[in-house]
Write a protein that binds this ligand. Structure first.
Ligand code: SF4
Length: 259
């Protein structure tokens, strides 16, 4: 294959990938990323309209105050991980293989927060490494970023048996470590993936279908909720909405860099 044919093949592959995500900028008049080369029962949304209306800010008062007990001095992720230790703080500890703390850039502008590790993540001790994780990587790259540019973690650091939903006592035990991670990384944007990620961070019971699609002020950052990649694997038609959401993140981060 000649160099030109290889390049053509590469471009076609990339276009197929964007199509797979539901990205059709040519037909919709949306500009492609400036540098595309840089760039399972989990994550279900509650029923409801996918056209979000912005919830009242008062809903999120508790979400803001929960950071008040954090240490004044900025902690490193390593210190937080050491404090977590061989955590036995909730009943998920005995059944886990590995604690999945989080991975990525400790100074990331963009932080993804999912729900809990699945089987692949439990095996490897890394977040989002299964099929849903591969899709998340594609989404990040479609935004013109690399996976190592962002920071990725979950509400829970241990896998719930059978990928069942997290229980309130488990979330209560584990979420202080997430909040410390957020305070350490200080991202410009937090992307909450799926129902539990969004509801836990925002202290709300609003369905993800209502929360997604718009920025919410969150501790000096912007929070964007969107559907979980695992949900997209079961509902590929919703990829279009996720692409709309992450485009807003991409454009907001670009506007910060340009200002
Ligand atoms: S889920 Fe969190 S609180 Fe529970 S044992 Fe694992 S690390 Fe500890």
């Amino acid at each position: 294959m000649s160099g030109g044919e290889k390049l053509g093949s590469h471009i076609l592959e990339r276009l197929r990938f964007y199509e797979e995500l539901g990205v059709k900028w040519a037909r919709k008049g949306v500009a492609p990323p400036s540098n595309p080369s840089r760039g399972p029962a989990r994550g279900r949304p509650a029923a409801g309209s996918s056209q979000a209306s912005r919830p009242a800010s008062s809903v999120y008062h508790e979400a803001r105050t929960m950071f008040d007990s954090l240490p004044e001095k900025q902690e490193t992720l390593q210190a937080i991980r050491e404090d977590l230790g061989d955590c036995q703080r909730c009943k998920l500890a005995p059944s886990r293989k590995n604690i999945v703390f989080g991975s990525g850039n400790p100074r990331a502008e963009l932080m993804f927060v999912g729900e809990a590790p699945g089987a692949d993540e439990d095996d490897q001790g890394l977040p989002f490494v299964g099929r849903a994780g591969q899709l998340l990587t594609k989404i990040i790259e479609a935004m013109g970023m690399k996976r190592e540019d962002v920071y990725i973690c979950n509400i829970l650091k241990c896998r719930p048996p059978g990928n069942r939903n997290p229980e309130p006592t488990e979330i209560a035990s584990c979420e202080p470590f997430l909040f410390r991670q957020i305070a350490s990384v200080k991202p410009k944007v937090i992307c909450a993936l799926g129902t539990f990620g969004a509801q836990t961070l925002l202290r709300t019971k609003e369905p993800i279908s209502k929360l997604r699609g718009h920025f919410i002020d969150y501790r000096g950052a912007k929070l964007m909720a969107t559907f979980h990649p695992a949900y997209l694997l079961r509902n590929p038609n919703e990829k279009r909405r996720v692409w709309e959401d992450v485009q807003k993140i991409r454009d907001y981060l670009k506007s910060l860099r340009d200002s």
